[in-house]
Design a protein around this ligand. Structure first.
Ligand code: HEC
Ligand code: HEC
Length: 231
């Protein structure tokens, strides 16, 4: 007996044959490795670093504690050593620790790591938004470079990091992060304690050992934030 229910139109079925595409493959093995899901854990680098940026999460690692995902865009290779503790001297060490040990992936060849490096280096930071108040940015820039305030001693050009570990008030030394594109990646600091750039100046979140800001008026902190937002 024919069914009275209407039949849904199914997807069109194509004959699966080989299709000749013109030219050589332009597959980028570095990009592919970054997006490869490890067999045992089912996650890829890109799961936590979408588009080679960051997922906005502060993860809790068993031995390390809280760790905000870092971005890998904007010239990360020039900021080695890696991770907030600065314990990963280069990308090969990081791949062994993260891809092999933590994610259960198969150890990549040196050539694949080179191509991964090439891919990561090709991803720019998000461009900063045009500033609302250019005069505030200029005042903030002057404060940032004022030796009394001291930001630029650690956040030194060209990458706005001196690539060293420094203790800014947590009782533990962390890698000085690059500030390029910083405003696009709240929350800030290794444990995500600063929900906004202004919160970075809260004594509970590093505070006075993190640049000498005790003598600055609230309006000057606003200027510093305007400058940070322009980077
Ligand atoms: C579970 C989420 C997660 C996965 C998966 C992941 N990362 Fe990360 N990534 C993080 C976190 C969190 C940090 C900061 C870790 C720390 O400081 O201990 C980080 C830091 C980094 C850094 C250091 C950036 C800097 O400025 O020092 C690089 C480079 C990096 N990841 C690359 C990768 C690569 C390549 C893969 C794949 C093999 C990967 N990550 C997989 C979350 C992840
Ligand atoms: C003694 C070295 C040092 C000085 C001086 C310094 N910083 Fe930092 N900065 C660090 C370190 C180390 C961290 C990471 C600390 C953490 O995550 O716990 C950091 C983190 C930051 C962050 C968060 C970045 C992110 O990716 O989450 C901002 C914003 C920042 N600093 C701005 C400044 C400003 C503005 C000044 C000047 C008032 C300054 N810093 C002075 C070492 C320094």
């Amino acid at each position: 007996m024919p069914s009275s229910r209407p039949r849904r139109a199914g997807p069109a079925v194509f004959d699966r044959g080989d299709v000749d595409l013109p030219g050589d493959s332009v597959r980028d093995p570095g990009h592919a490795l970054f997006h490869e899901r490890s067999m045992s854990r089912g996650i890829a680098c890109a799961s936590c670093h979408p588009e080679a940026h960051e997922d906005g999460h502060t993860w809790r690692f068993d031995k390390l504690g809280l760790r905000r995902t870092q971005t890998v865009a904007g010239g990360v290779l020039k900021t080695a050593p890696f991770h907030w503790s600065g314990d990963q001297s280069d990308l090969a060490h990081l791949m062994q620790e993260v891809f092999v040990s933590r994610m259960g992936g198969v150890r990549p060849l040196d050539r694949e790591i080179e191509l991964l490096a090439r891919f990561l280096d090709s991803v720019p930071a998000f461009p900063a938004s045009p500033p609302d108040d250019l005069a505030a940015v200029r005042r903030g820039e002057a404060l940032f470079h004022d030796p009394q305030v001291g930001c630029a001693t650690c956040h030194a050009r060209p990458m706005l990091t001196n690539n060293r570990n420094e203790d800014v008030g947590f009782g533990e030394a962390f890698q000085v992060p690059s500030l390029i594109g910083v405003s696009a990646r709240a929350p800030f600091m290794h444990d995500g304690c600063a929900k906004t750039l202004r919160d970075r100046f809260d004594p509970a979140c590093g505070g006075d050992r993190h640049g000498d800001v005790s003598a600055l008026a609230p309006a000057q902190l606003d200027d510093l934030v305007a400058y940070l937002e322009s980077l």
